[in-house]
Design a protein around this ligand. Structure first.
Ligand SMILES: Nc1ncnc2c1ncn2[C@@H]1O[C@H](COP(=O)(O)OP(=O)(O)OP(=O)(O)O)[C@@H](O)[C@H]1O
Ligand SMILES: [Mg+2]
Length: 228
């Protein structure tokens, strides 16, 4: 297993960002959030991370998101723009700027609608600007739009529905894995979907775990082909 825990900055006198999320079985959420040290995210610079080949700009301090996207673009490092709850901090012009800089865009269905309201662009139209737009739809699966192509990715079967919070991030782990291993969209989307399915069977956002063998076997069982 490969872990890297460098570039973690301690901001004296600030709490770690804290979120309290209440979610019901229909995926309705109420969030209470304190950003704390997250507001200093821009003090971390992409150039400090040697050998970085792919990035993800997800909810963070506003200035951090803007500067990290700029730094990835300047360094020609492809990145996923994944604004999540951070979307509300940006207007249509800000969001279009991110879309110009990013290589991929990732949203859930609600965020994709908000993106459309603010920029006037549907996922299909945004897919003309980037390599792919990924829109997740909870238990309905996900849609991946590339220029002129639309992949419908089913959800993976689940044994129980414990807690949907964190499925979005679990899906993104699979997405990054597929991108880093040059996999096609049909396969990448399904690995991502399986990560979401494994997550939803556990309470809490990061309490699930699995082995590579489990994932390979479960993938084949769910989708009828092997990704290895
Ligand atoms: N009920 C479910 N059954 C099977 N898979 C699911 C279910 N809910 C979510 N998933 C998987 O996880 C992916 C991401 O879920 P979702 O669209 O709910 O993300 P999100 O709204 O960003 O979640 P989060 O609460 O983590 O922000 C889905 O596209 C799907 O593949
Ligand atoms: Mg989400």
């Amino acid at each position: 297993m490969w872990y890297k825990r460098e570039h973690i900055r301690v901001i004296d006198g600030e709490y770690t960002a804290q979120a309290y999320i209440t979610t019901d079985q229909d995926d309705n959420q109420i969030t209470a959030f304190h950003p704390g040290a997250m507001n200093f995210a821009h003090e971390n610079r992409i150039a400090d991370a040697d050998g970085c080949t792919i990035g993800l700009v997800s909810p963070d301090g506003r200035q951090g998101m803007i500067e990290h996207a700029e730094q990835f673009a300047d360094a020609d490092i492809p990145f996923v723009f994944d604004p999540g709850q951070g979307m509300l901090m940006f207007d249509g012009d800000n969001l279009m700027r991110f879309a110009e800089q990013a290589t991929w865009l990732a949203f859930n269905d609600y965020e994709a609608k908000l993106m459309e309201e603010r920029t006037g662009k549907t996922p299909r139209q945004l897919a003309e600007m980037v390599e792919a737009v990924i829109v997740t739809r909870g238990g309905e699966g996900s849609n991946i739009y590339t220029r002129g192509k639309h992949y419908v990715i089913p959800a993976a079967p689940v044994s129980s529905l414990e807690d949907p919070a964190g499925c979005g991030d679990a899906y993104r782990a699979g997405l990054l894995y597929g991108l880093m291993n040059d996999m096609d969209w049909e396969t990448t989307g399904r690995i991502a979907a399986l990560m979401g399915a494994i997550k939803i069977e556990q309470a809490g956002t990061q309490n699930h775990s699995f082995s590579r063998d489990d994932v390979e076997a479960r993938f084949e069982q769910a989708f009828g082909f092997s990704f290895v």
